[in-house]
Design a protein around this ligand. Sequence first.
Ligand code: IVH
Length: 672
Amino acid sequence: MIKNLKEYKKKKKIFLDLNKNYYDLNKPVVDDASYDTLKKDLINFEENNSNIISGNKIKNIVGYKPSDKFSKVKHDENMLSLDNAFTDQDIFDFYKKLNNFLNLNSDTRIELLAEPKIDGISASLKYVNGKYIQGISRGDGNYGEEISENLATIKDIPKVLSKPHSGELIVRGEVYIAKSDFKSLSDKFANPRNAASGSLRQKNSKNTSKIPLKFFAYGTIFKNHDIVEKQSDFLKKLKDFGFKINPLSKIINNENELDLNYKNIETKRASLDYDIDGIVYKVNDFKLQQRLGNLTNSPRWAIAHKFSAEKGISKIKKIEIQVGRTGALTPVAKIDPVNIGGVLVSNATLHNEEEILRKDIRVNDTVIVQRAGDVIPQVVRVDLTKRQKTSKKFIFPQKCPCGFATVKEFNETTKKYDAVRRCPDKGYDCNLITKEKLKHYVSKDAMNIEGLGKKVIENFWNLNLLKLPQDIYKLDFNKISKLEGWGKLSADNLKKSIEKTKKINLDRFIFSLGIRHIGQENAKILARFFKSVNNFKKLTNCKDQTYTDLIQLDGIGDTQVKSLKNFFINKTNKKVFEQLISKLTIVDHIFSKKGKFINQTFMFTGGMSKMSRSEAKKIVENEGGKVLGSPSKKLNYLISGDSKPTIKKINQAKEIGVKVLSEKDWYRLIDF
Ligand code: IVH
C-alpha cells in the first residue's frame, strides 16, 4: 500500500526505471511478481487519488517507448487506416461514393467482401521467391519499424510458403492475442491489443516468442494484384500458401446481405476467441480496387462498419468549454467515471449549445452516455425520471475563454447560421486555439514528432515550455530530463526526433500549419502548385492576384482561398510561419519522375461514359499531371466528354491554342 504522494512519486520513478530496463534495455532486474505488485499498488493509489495525480498515469503506460531500437523501413505501398461507418446511411453513402467514382448506375451494388475487423496490430510481410525475408510494423503508414525477427516467432506466419511463388509477395494482416491466451498472461497489460503491441516491440525476439501471438492474413498491395482477380480468391491463395485466414469472410451483394452478416457476426462476437470491433467491407474485384485507389489515409475501396455503440449511465458533474483548433467552442460534460465496454469514460461531448437546449441537458442530471469505437463518447439523453431540484441549466458563454467575443458563421449553402459558436479565426492570437494547433503541428500526419504527443504538449504548455510551434526548436532538454516521468534517455530521444523531422516535405509543412479548411488533400494541391516554400511564401504578401490564381486549381474553392488569406493577414500567424521556415528545411514538391503527364495540365468538360471526373483526375495526378478548374494559358489539354460539354469552354480553349481531345482520344491516351 502506498501512503502518500511522496511515496507514490518515489515508487513511480522506480517503476519507470524497471520498465526501461525490461522493455528497452531488455534486462529485467526484478521478478515478474514484484513488478506486478508494484504496478498494482501504483494503479491503486492513482485510482483513489485521481485529483492529485498529474502527468502520465501508470495505467496508461504500455511497455516502454522504444528509442531507435528498430530501424525504419519504407513500405512498398503505404499502410492505410480505414474510414468508419456507423449507420445504414453511412453504408448507403459508401455504395454511393463507389458508384459515383466508377460512374455506375446509382442502384448498382458491386460485390464486396466482408471480414471481421480484428482488433490487433497490423503487419506487412515480404516474401521473395517463397521465402520470408522481412516483416514491418505499420508505423506512420509510410515508414514502419523493421520487426522481422519478432514476427518470425509467430507460428501462423510461414517462413517458407507452402506453394511456390516466384518474385516478391507482400502479405498484410493483423497480429493478435487470443482472448483465452490473454487470460493466462500476467496482468501487465490492459487488454489483448496492448499485450500484442508490447510483445511485438520487444527488443529481443526471445521475449516475443514467450507471448502467444497469432496472425490473420487479410490482404496485399496493388503491385501483387496480378496473382488473382478478386480479394476472395486472394484469401484462398493465402490459405494455400500456409497462412491463417479468418473463417468468417463472406461475399456481399447488397444492403440486405450486408445487414444479415453484420448482425450474425455481432451476435457471435462475444464467443469468438479474438477481439473484433467491426466488419471491414472491401470491393472484391482487384481491378475496381485499383481504379478506386486511395485517399491520403484510407482506401476508397474499403470501409470499416463499426459495431453499435455501447451505452452507460452517469451523472454530469459540470460542463466545460473546450476550444478546438478551428476555434469551435464545444461543451464537454465532466461525468462521474463510468465503464463503457471496457473503457473508463469521464468526459462526454455535448456537441454545441443548440444540442444542450434541444436535449435539455443540465448540470447534476443523470444521463445516458454512448461510446462507439474510438469516437469521442457523447451524451445521448437525460433520464428525466432522475432529475433533481439541484439540476442547473447551463449558460453558454458568449466569449471564448481567451477573451475574444464568439461568432456563429453564416453558411452560404444551407442559408442558415451554424450551430457552432466560434472564437473568430485569429489563429495563434487565441491561446486555446494555439494549444490545439500545437497538438496538430506535432501529430502523425503533420510533422510527426515522435515523443511529443498531446499529453506532452499539455504538460509542456502548463509548464510554459511551449507556447508557439517555433518554441519546439528552442526546448531546453536538460530541463526536460529533470521533469517527472522524464530522464536523460527520453529527453535525448525527444531531441533526436525533433531534429529528424526538421527536414519536411512542402505538403506536410502546409498541412502542419493547421490552417482552417486546408486538409491533407488541399495541402497537396497547394504544394503541387507552389512547388517550393519560397513560392508559397508569396501568400504572406496578401496580394489579391496570388490568391485569385489559386481559384483555377481543381479542389481549391472560395472557402479555402478566404481561409488562407485570413490566416496570412494575421501578424502573429505570419510571424509563426516565418520563424518556422527559418528553422526547417522544407523540401520542394517533387513530381513523380515516372508519370507520362509530368508538367502537363488538363481540364475536363462534360460527362464521360466510362469514368467519373474524380477518376479521370486521379489518373492525371498519378501520372504526374495537374488538373485545372478553368482554362488558362498554362493549360495543355481540354478533354471534352461526350455528355453535355460546355461549348464556350471548348471555343475559349481553342482560341488560346489548347489541344482539345474527345472522350475517345482520352481513353486512348491513357490505355483505358
Ligand atoms: S483491410 C486499410 N481487413 O484495421 C487497408 N484491415 O482501421 C485495408 N484490420 O490498419 C485493410 N482487420 O490493420 C483489413 N480484416 C481486416 C482487418 C483490418 C483489422 C485493421 C488494419 C488497419 C485497421 C484500419
